[in-house]
Design a protein around this ligand. Structure first.
Ligand SMILES: *Cc1c(COP(=O)(O)O)cnc(C)c1O
Length: 404
């Protein structure tokens, strides 16, 4: 096997066709740059979908990974381990939470959160209180429960009977939420800034009103911070800038800086219902993942890094505005910190994919968020030089699309 040609064609032969990856295959990365099999270099504004918060192969993370890899990889939850206990301590110290649960992905963190909310309601209020309310265009992962809570039926249809008692309303529409909430509602699940759905911020007073409705109906407020958490918006967690505290918070993506890990945070009072045996994960909280996440968390949870995110947001916004001045293709730039979305105007409606491909041709990796938004989610420590060069490449890509 070692001598075989590893090509993009091989993907179509041996991989389940649920993805349609780009034609190039990255083989190594450093900071905000990547190289493919042909040694072509790319600037990375995609960050592995908001995951590589410290870029590729950050020396601090590589060092900790190497060190831990020679000590202990996995023991299961029959035992606890030092990195998990250290990471949990740091996360609860830095947030509203008293307790942490670790798993391996964002979907699993949300799965745990939704099961917790259902169990809490059952134990405290009885069987009738089981409705979960989430938002249209929301995204919470791809397990069957989480994809059903997600607000795009197209992703959850076609797999047979769905988990029940899940309702959706429009984001930023407080009347719609108030209209369907009742004492039967056990939880409201929201992203404090919708990522996959199109990089959509909540209205300033909206989140507070959601919190009030939850309090009124004894429902738990779950913030899915899988994409917004760990520095992405310029706060350690996005809720910290909103003046609203959730009851349960989920984190993943940036949490591991590229090593798979997810976390659910909550209060002692709520955590209590997850007694031994109620939930679990073989790999969850394994020492390798937790050691890397601890190192990433230590670095991100500093005013220098968080302030730096705001500074970089300004570099991006200024650069995009200058490009738009020339080419007139964006109607708006949405988002916060280093989760930014360029919304295409009427003339280029739903052509985000064309911009993504043109950018790749110019050796720049970007993301989309739906058909109409080009999304940037780069390293939180990307250099000024890389932002400038990346935006120059983006300008060439935009010019190509605009000039046909
Ligand atoms: C990416 C994402 C998820 C799913 O995370 P996975 O690690 O892919 O399971 C859940 N919620 C939000 C808000 C996300 O952006």
């Amino acid at each position: 096997m070692s001598g075989m040609a590893v090509t993009r064609e091989l993907f179509d032969q041996v991989m389940v066709p649920n993805y349609a990856p780009a034609q190039v295959i990255p083989v190594r990365g450093q900071g905000a740059r990547l190289w493919d099999q042909e040694n072509r270099e790319y600037i990375d504004f995609a960050g592995g979908i908001a995951v590589n918060c410290l870029g590729h192969c950050h020396p601090a993370l590589v060092g900790v990974l190497k060190e831990q890899s020679e000590k202990l990889w996995h023991v299961s939850n029959v035992f606890t381990n030092e990195p998990a206990l250290r990471l949990a301590s740091k996360m609860v110290d830095a947030t509203f939470a008293d307790k942490a649960y670790f798993c391996n992905s964002g979907a699993e963190a949300n799965e745990a959160a939704f099961k917790l909310a259902r169990r809490y309601a059952l134990d405290h209020y009885g069987e009738e209180k089981n409705q979960i309310i989430a938002f249209n265009q929301g995204f919470h992962g791809r397990t069957f429960f989480t994809v059903t809570v997600g607000g795009q039926a197209i992703y959850s249809d076609g797999f047979g009977p769905k988990p029940g008692q899940i309702s959706h309303v429009d984001y930023n529409d407080i009347e719609a939420l108030a209209a369907i909430m009742s004492q039967r509602t056990c939880a409201v699940v929201m992203e404090p800034l919708q990522g996959e759905g199109g990089v959509i911020s909540p209205e300033p007073e909206y989140v507070k009103a959601v919190r009030e409705l939850c309090d009124k109906h004894n429902a738990l407020l779950i913030f899915d911070e899988v994409q917004t958490g760990v520095g992405r918006t310029g706060a350690l967690f996005a809720y910290m800038d909103l003046g609203v505290t959730p009851d349960i918070l989920t984190s993943a993506k940036s949490l591991g800086g590229g090593f798979p890990i997810g976390a659910m945070l909550t209060t002692s009072e709520i955590a209590k219902v997850l007694t031994p045996g109620t939930h679990g994960s073989t790999y969850g909280g394994n020492p390798l993942a937790c050691a890397v996440a601890e190192a990433a968390f230590d670095m991100i949870n500093t005013s220098a890094i968080l302030h730096g995110v705001k500074e970089r947001e300004a570099w991006f916004r200024d650069g995009i505005a200058a490009i738009n001045e020339k080419y007139q293709c964006f109607e708006q730039v949405r988002g916060k910190g280093l989760l930014l979305g360029c919304v295409l105007n009427e003339q280029f409606k739903d052509r985000a994919k064309d911009f993504l491909q043109a950018a790749l041709d110019e050796q720049l990796m970007v993301l989309v968020a739906g058909a109409n938004v080009i999304r940037f989610a780069p390293s939180l420590v990307i250099s000024h030089e890389d932002v400038t060069e990346g935006l120059a490449r983006f300008e060439r890509a935009v010019a190509k699309v605009v000039q046909g």
